[in-house]
Structures are given as structure tokens and as C-alpha cells.
Ligand binder design. Structure first.
Ligand code: PMP
Length: 451
């Protein structure tokens, strides 16, 4: 393994960009923390890989036992610019020393307004826009629905099969998968309706516009466009399995919404901020949503989310109708401005495309040798493989669990997802050096050979 030093930790020692295993995974100190976690933390809060992280940067997570793992998860698509990315560290350090909080609704400050200006500039479309800031993805999705309802005077919201929008009451209703997100947590919010999505691996032969018609006809019949405030959709579904709809699906849905005064909301919580090799995933087909919801990658790990969209829609709620104590916290805003500067100055949209090309080539070659890989899909640094029984589309969740566990044991942080739990997803930070990405793909190759 070659040793590269990254500048991923300003002020602290640089983390050698190498995978290094000095104990089994998890090591003794990680296991100690896990035992304390089980005593202190509610059982409902699960962990995918119980390593006790002490530092991170570039493409590496360091654990308490001295192991170094290759990060193909980015904390679920959050540390897109890298963990403790230098500009983020500097900006947040300066802000924390200046002031930590005033509450924007009490006494405003520049950082919030600048983030709003930047989002209005960067999101698709040249129309007049406004932005409101929140803390989590779910909170922003809820606010997008509130805004769409006040603008249209309608109540119904349409979402899709395999959708994930969060864990609050309204967003649980909007999320499709019962276990683990909804089971036992009802009753759920009313006026949420679910339509079929375009899932090329499982509905092959149905093109994008046809799949869109299938969805909108169902909505017309079961809800009625005149009752519909919004369609909310992830341009590439995340937790549901990195499902990329067939070309033409999103443009047809957006056009249907526009003709009927329905607010078209893109949930770009997971896909936004360079992740997919476009600044936003809707850019891929030139779709301009009425509202766009962002979070995760927006602020390099600090909690921030946003709703951005057409001024006349965003301005519909009455003064005081939107807000929250921490929404647009000064530290998170400082981080977001540093993230945006990093994406633009370091050419990270192109970097995501390069990473996507490397991963797709290697995973397609693996698929050619291993018929258990039914599909390789996704864009940019958001790539997944769907695991099935060879020659069928029957999901193989068991194999997925085995491969993920074997990868973890080899010091590779991979996540699974999908309605059937049979999708392995790869979300490397865009700060990952090439040699680590290639090594991660080598490890995966080996793990598949042995699983
Ligand atoms: N929407 C999408 C598309 C997501 O992927 C997520 C998080 N996985 C959310 C909403 C919810 O975001 P948060 O966990 O920040 O509430």
C-alpha cells in the first residue's frame, strides 16, 4: 500500500491515505464502545458497522484501535467534500469563535442570507427564487409540503414506490418501506398517495414517458389533480435502492405537474451537491423543479437543510409560518458556504463523474464474471449493484449481508439499501484519492469471489 498524505485535517495531523488493519474489525476498543452504547443508547438506534471512529479525512476513517477503513459511505452521502474538509474546518472554526447562535427569527445574520443567495443562484432555473433553511432532510421535506399546500390551497401529496423521505410523522407516511422505518409507529399522516415509479431493472420495456403516464393516470383516478398540492420525488431514489428512472420519466412528470398547477418537488437530499456528477441530479435531463429540497452534502456534516424554489410558491406561507430555533444555524451556514466554494473551486462535479466512470467500469466487469450481480446503476459517486439469484430478478438479501460483512471485515465501509435489502451502494467522498478507490474495488472483487 502506498502512503499519501492528505491535507484533509487542517490543524491536526494529516491522515495517511491508506487502508490499514491492525486488529479484527471491530477491534477491542470499538467493542468496548459498543457495549457502552448498548447500555446507554436506545436500542432502536442501530449501527451498520460498530467501529469507534476517532478521525476521518480524504477517503479514510480511523478507528480507536488504529485501523484505517476506506470510506465508501460518506456518512450516508453527507461528507461529499470530505470529512473535516479544510475550508469547512476554517470557516466553522472562525464562526464558532465569532458567535454560535442568535436564532435567525430573532436577530438575523449574514451567513443565512448568503446561503439562501447561493442556493437561489445554483439550483436549476433562472426564475426568481427564495430559500428557507432547516436542520434535517425530513424537516425540509415537511416544509416543502407545507409551502406547496399553502400555495395551491390543496392537500394531497403524491409520492412513489420505494421512496424515502424521512422519519418524522409526515415523512414516514411519505416513505414507502415498512421495516424498519414505519413498523409500529402509526397512525401516519393522511392525504399521502403512492404511485408506481420507473424501475428499469424490474419493469424493463416500459420507457420513461410510459411509466410517467402509468403514475399520473393512477393519481388522476385515485386522487384527482385538482386535489393534488405536490408530487414529491427523488430524482434517483436513495434508500429505496439507487433506482434511476428511465429517461423521460422525470421530464414527463414535471410537465404533467406544470399543466395542472401541481407543485413539482425534487427531494435532492441524497442526490444533491455534486454527488451524481451534476450539481443536482435533475440537471441530468434539464428538469427544473418548482421546489428543490437539499440537505446532507450541503454542509459537510453540519446539520443543515433547505427548501429552494419559485418565489411566488415559497412566499405563499404567512410571515412567521416557517422557521425553527436552529434552522440555518450560523455554524452550519458557514460550513455550507465553504462546501459550495470547495465544490466550485476544486471541480468536484467533474470529480464525481470520474469516480462514477471508474466504479461503473469495474463493477460492470465484475458483473460480467458474477451473475449474482443483476444490475449496476447510478450516476457519479452514487453507484449501486443489485444482487439477485442468477438469471432472475429475485432479490438476494442474504448475499448482500454476507458481502457487506466481508467488506467491513476487510476495512471497507459499504452500505446496503433497497426495498428488499439486496442493493449494495457506494457513496465515496469526492476527496477519496484514486488509489484508495481502486483498492476498494479490488477488495470488493475479492470479497465477491469468496462470498
Ligand atoms: N430524503 C432523502 C432522499 C433521503 O435520502 C433522506 C435521508 N436518508 C431524507 C430525505 C431524510 O433526511 P434526514 O435523515 O436528514 O432527515
Amino acid at each position: 500500500m502506498t502512503t499519501h498524505h492528505s491535507s484533509g485535517t487542517v490543524g491536526g495531523p494529516a491522515i495517511a491515505q491508506e487502508r490499514r488493519l491492525v486488529t479484527s474489525i471491530p477491534g477491542p476498543l470499538s467493542r468496548e464502545l459498543l457495549a457502552r452504547k448498548e447500555e446507554a443508547v436506545a436500542a432502536g438506534v442501530g449501527v451498520a458497522l460498530p467501529v469507534h471512529v476517532t478521525a476521518a479525512g480524504g477517503g479514510i476513517l480511523v478507528d480507536a484501535d488504529g485501523n484505517q477503513l476506506i470510506d465508501l459511505g460518506s456518512g450516508i452521502a453527507v461528507t461529499t467534500v470530505g470529512n473535516s474538509a479544510p475550508r469547512v474546518v476554517d470557516a466553522v472554526s472562525a464562526q464558532v469563535a465569532a458567535f454560535t447562535h442568535t436564532c435567525f427569527m430573532v436577530t438575523p445574520y449574514d451567513g443565512y442570507v448568503r446561503v439562501a443567495e447561493e442556493l437561489n443562484r445554483l439550483t436549476p432555473g433562472t426564475h426568481a427564487k427564495r430559500t428557507a433553511l432547516f436542520n434535517s432532510g425530513a424537516e425540509a421535506v415537511e416544509n416543502a409540503v407545507k409551502i406547496a399546500r399553502t400555495h395551491t390551497g390543496r392537500q394531497a401529496v403524491a409520492v412513489f414506490d420505494h421512496a424515502y423521505h424521512g422519519r418524522t410523522n409526515l415523512t414516514m407516511a411519505m416513505t414507502s418501506k415498512n421495516m424498519p422505518y414505519k413498523h409500529g409507529f402509526g397512525p401516519f399522516a393522511p392525504e399521502v398517495y403512492r404511485a408506481p415509479v420507473s424501475y428499469p431493472f424490474r419493469d424493463s420495456g416500459i420507457d420513461g414517458p410510459t411509466a410517467a403516464r402509468r403514475a399520473t393516470e393512477l393519481i388522476e383516478k385515485q386522487v384527482g389533480a385538482k386535489n393534488l398540492a405536490a408530487i414529491v420525488i427523488e430524482p434517483i431514489q436513495g434508500e429505496g435502492g439507487f433506482i434511476e428512472p428511465a429517461p423521460g420519466f422525470l421530464p414527463a412528470l414535471a410537465a404533467w405537474c406544470q399543466e395542472r398547477g401541481v407543485v413539482f418537488v425534487a427531494d435532492e437530499v441524497q442526490t444533491g451537491f455534486a454527488r451524481t456528477g451534476d450539481l443536482f441530479a435533475v440537471d441530468h435531463e434539464g428538469v427544473v423543479p418548482d421546489l428543490i429540497v437539499t440537505a446532507k452534502g450541503i454542509a459537510g456534516g453540519l446539520p443543515l437543510s433547505a427548501v429552494t424554489g419559485r418565489a411566488e410558491i415559497m412566499d405563499a406561507p404567512h410571515v412567521g409560518g416557517l422557521g425553527g430555533t436552529y434552522g440555518g444555524n450560523p455554524l452550519a451556514c458557514a460550513a455550507a458556504l465553504a462546501v459550495i466554494e470547495t465544490i466550485e473551486s476544486d471541480g468536484l462535479v467533474d470529480r464525481a463523474r470520474t469516480i462514477g466512470k471508474t466504479m461503473t467500469e469495474r463493477l460492470t466487469a465484475l458483473q460480467d464474471r458474477d451473475p449474482r450481480i443483476g444490475d449496476v446503476r447510478g450516476r457519479g459517486a452514487m453507484i449501486a449493484i443489485e444482487l439477485v439469484r442468477p438469471g432472475t430478478t429475485e432479490p438476494d438479501a442474504d448475499l448482500t449481508r454476507r458481502v457487506a460483512a466481508a467488506a467491513h471485515a476487510q476495512g471497507l465501509v459499504v452500505l446496503s439499501c433497497g426495498t428488499w435489502g439486496n442493493v449494495l451502494r457506494f457513496l465515496p467522498p469526492l476527496s477519496i484519492p484514486d488509489h484508495l478507490l481502486l483498492e476498494a474495488l479490488d477488495v470488493l472483487d475479492r470479497v465477491f469471489g469468496e462470498s
